[in-house]
Design a protein around this ligand. Structure first.
Ligand SMILES: Cc1ncc(COP(=O)(O)O)c(C=O)c1O
Length: 424
């Protein structure tokens, strides 16, 4: 007889209130934000914090330019625009990502072309990129999904051969490394999110744009502030009220920038602690029949923005779909107090915006240059299979540690041993 699952009234494995939230706010973080409020002239802090964060993040990544902005989506849009990508141009994006990666392309009237993912890493499959290149392709956007670096060398090689730019979506992978190189430092430009849940968190919303290229930086800087080039806090002195081109209002705010700067001091330490937690989960779950733990190639330093678990009924001899197994185990784990859940529910090309081609109206951007791009949901078999068979284990962040991870393992083992209580 298996132990009675919490779902059926048994003992809950993770006690209520045991999990500590992310981001962990320290006394140093509080002092950093308070210092902004207590400055002699608070308005000066716009420049102080924006310039401070720009310098510190550019130094961290090892690139020449950084512009702090108000979201990761804004940063990615600045990459697209900064690289001179325009109406009807095509940008290759993985079929599995948060749709903001593709939205950044649409924002500049360009057209996302989707490519399936590698079923082992869930990042774009480099082997499928070349078949998606047309004479309209201008860039490829690898997404370092869940904190796992995309396989950059073949991507850079294909891009170089076809004269394409590479935009890295690093929304989920601050500090992750591929063959020792930091994510965000390998392509032509990169966008990062500092939204609350991210590995580098503002506690609210924010983003960072980086590039090594002076021209790309200049174009992106104009786009970021109404089409003008103005140092934050120096509007009265600098602003000419003469837009040099279409611009947006993507500027970041000083309080969240002060918080991010303080969190940045602990980024590597927090990444190492999260990776330790996740490696513990892998070490203790990989031998559980029916469970698939993340695969990490030797050349990658994964920062585990999300810990992803797959479900496979085959080794259990069960005649249920991976999705049915996943849904039942997920419900039982939740009852045990393990914060598990879904993230994306469908691939990006399967979302209404692409199925119905709802852009700027009047068919734009697809009609701009009579685009022949198609969005067939079945073309992305690995993305679809991933969505069916995987769930996320949340709250693997520090200061949660191995005691909590041990409880997660106990709950997984209990639920997988009690499948007779879940399946008819
Ligand atoms: C892969 C990916 N790209 C882009 C974004 C957009 O970032 P933001 O929400 O800061 O606009 C996110 C945010 O969750 C993301 O996960």
């Amino acid at each position: 007889m298996s132990e009675l699952l919490a779902l059926h009234g048994g003992r809950r494995t993770v006690p209520e209130g045991f999990i500590k939230p992310w981001p962990h706010v320290t006394e140093a973080d509080r002092r950093a934000v308070l210092a902004v409020l207590e400055a002699a002239r608070i308005a000066d802090q716009q420049r102080v914090q924006a310039e401070g964060l720009a310098r510190e993040w550019a130094d961290y990544v090892g690139v020449k330019h950084c512009i702090p902005v108000n979201s990761g989506t804004a940063a990615l849009h600045m990459c697209v625009a900064g690289l001179g990508i325009g109406p009807g141009d095509e940008v290759i994006v993985p079929a599995f990502t948060f749709w903001a990666s593709a939205a950044a392309v649409l924002h500049h009237n360009a057209i996302p072309v989707f490519v399936d993912i590698d079923p082992r890493t869930y990042c774009i499959d480099p082997a499928l990129i070349e078949a998606a290149v047309t004479d309209r392709t201008r860039a490829v956007m690898p997404v370092h999904i869940h904190g796992m670096p995309a396989d950059m060398d073949p991507i850079l090689e294909i891009a170089a051969r076809h004269g394409l730019a590479v935009i890295e979506d690093v929304a989920q992978a601050h500090g992750a490394r591929y063959k020792g190189r930091l994510c965000g430092s390998m392509g032509d430009a990169a966008g990062y999110s500092t939204q609350a849940t991210k590995t580098l968190s503002s506690g609210c919303q924010g983003g960072l744009f980086t590039t090594d290229d002076d021209e790309v930086h200049e174009r992106a800087a104009l786009l970021q502030y109404f089409g003008e080039r103005v140092v934050p806090g120096r509007e009265r002195q600098d602003q000419q009220y003469n837009a040099q081109g279409l611009g947006w209002m993507y500027r970041g705010d000083m309080l969240s920038q002060a918080f991010v700067r303080s969190q940045l001091k602990r980024l590597d330490e927090n990444n190492a602690l999260r990776a330790m937690n996740c490696r513990f989960l892998t070490d203790h779950l990989s031998d559980v029949p029916g469970i698939q733990t993340p695969f990490v190639p030797d050349e990658c330093e994964h920062v585990y923005y999300n810990y992803v678990v797959g479900f496979d009924p085959a080794p259990l001899g069960l005649e249920v779909s991976p999705r049915a197994l996943r849904e039942r185990v997920q419900a039982a784990l939740e009852a045990e107090g393990v914060p598990v859940g879904q993230w994306q529910r469908r691939s990006v090309p399967a979302q209404d915006v692409f199925q119905r081609r709802v852009g700027y109206g009047g068919g734009c951007p697809w009609v701009c240059r009579a685009s022949e791009v198609t969005y067939n949901i079945e073309d992305y078999a690995h993305a679809n299979a991933f969505l069916d068979a995987h769930c996320y284990v949340f709250d693997v962040n520090p200061p949660n540690g191995l005691e909590l991870m041990g409880m997660y393992v106990e709950a997984f083992r209990k639920v997988m041993a009690g499948l007779d209580q879940l399946l008819d």
